[in-house]
Design a protein around this ligand. Structure first.
Ligand SMILES: Nc1ncnc2c1ncn2[C@@H]1O[C@H](COP(=O)(O)OP(=O)(O)OP(=O)(O)O)[C@@H](O)[C@H]1O
Ligand SMILES: [Mg+2]
Length: 335
């Protein structure tokens, strides 16, 4: 749905905000772009709808070269790319109805269809009873719902979110994220989420990239990156997750040859696999480390276990969507 190729962005003052950025975002992704303040996130997302022009590189959206479009064509394509912002950007002198209707008027909707479309959108975002309210009469979370309704007015294929939850408290953040997730499911759109909050990525994104000083330093599936972060920034950003350190586990290992690292891949968090294996194969298990995390309703976990007994137990565990590696191998890896 979105391809960025060899993007470089140098601002007129000579500052290089993005350097050699390559990204592919597939249809239906909820793609998280995370990085510290000043990393270049807003610059990057604004390239997608050409609110910002790259200095070099290609921007392809839904198979179309965005940089080759005429002004008129660009205006039309932009209607298919909704955008929401940290501070909602609502017109304070207009009520909820007018704020949303505005997007439809610009897109030259038939007047007779505007009211029913606005009502439909308000129902989608759960704000039907606030149609006559002014922005000053709404909470932050409600304002963002209006902004989401406005962004979806013209049936976009893509929704760009630049720090959409950064100005909200924890509860409103959670409800906006739930809303975005359900919208993605229902309307099958592609969502790009810019954020500096790792929890946002963790709770709703399927793929992510990390940017640091204008460069993409890591990209891939959220669960893979959380499980095995490579760059320093990524490690810092997910630092609140208990990361295990081989050196800490090491002194407790009595029999390295029988020590294994198990990675529980998604989908099997509710099955008592280890306890079943103990009963079935009469093995002895010593838990040296265990850690589980939830990613958009899927759980991922890692355990370090000493397992003695029947070798078939390992095969049986593996067949239950659990990756089993010898811990010795892991040490050679120098993680
Ligand atoms: N118009 C501009 N001219 C020169 N430099 C700019 C301009 N706009 C942004 N920059 C610089 O580019 C870098 C990236 O800015 P950008 O707004 O993309 O960062 P960000 O990751 O969105 O940060 P934040 O999390 O604070 O929103 C910053 O160092 C910023 O100072
Ligand atoms: Mg920004």
């Amino acid at each position: 749905m979105i391809v960025l190729e060899n993007i470089q962005k140098i601002y007129p003052n000579g500052f290089c905000a993005l350097d050699d950025v390559n990204l592919k975002i597939a249809k239906g992704d909820i793609f998280g772009i995370i990085g510290y303040s000043g990393a270049g996130k807003s610059t990057l997302i604004r390239l997608i709808n050409r609110l910002e022009e790259p200095s070099s590189g290609a921007v392809i959206v839904d198979g179309e070269d965005m940089l080759a479009l005429s002004y008129q064509e660009l205006q039309e394509r932009r209607q298919k790319i909704g955008m929401i912002f940290q501070h909602f950007n609502l017109l304070s002198s207009k009520n909820v109805f007018e704020n949303i209707a505005y997007a439809l008027k610009i897109a030259k909707w038939d007047k007779s269809k505007i009211r029913s479309r606005v009502e439909e959108l308000l129902e989608l975002v759960g704000l039907s009873d606030k149609i006559d309210f002014y922005p000053s009469q709404l909470s932050g979370g409600q304002k963002q719902r209006v902004a989401i309704a406005r962004a979806l007015a013209n049936h976009p294929k893509i929704l760009l979110c630049d720090e959409a939850t950064s100005a909200l408290d924890t509860q409103s953040t959670a409800s906006i994220l739930e809303l975005l997730k359900s919208i993605q499911k229902r309307l099958k759109i592609t969502i790009v989420m810019i954020t500096h909050q790792i929890e946002v990525v963790k709770s709703i994104c399927n793929k992510m990239c990390v940017i640091d000083r204008g460069r993409v330093v890591e990209k891939g599936l959220v669960r893979n990156i959380f499980l095995n972060p490579k760059s320093k920034v990524t490690k810092e950003l997910i630092a609140h997750l208990p990361e295990y350190d081989c050196k800490e586990v090491l002194p407790h290992i009595k029999d390295a040859a029988h020590t294994y690292e198990l990675t529980f891949l998604d989908g099997n968090q509710n099955e008592p696999i280890i306890s079943q294996a103990i009963k079935k194969f009469d093995i002895d298990v010593n838990i040296l480390f265990a850690d589980f995390n939830n990613f958009s309703k899927k759980s991922l976990g890692r355990m370090i276990l000493e397992i003695r007994g029947d070798e078939k137990a390992l095969e049986w565990i593996k067949s239950h969507n659990v990756e089993v590696k010898s811990f010795l191998y892991n040490l050679k890896d120098e993680r």
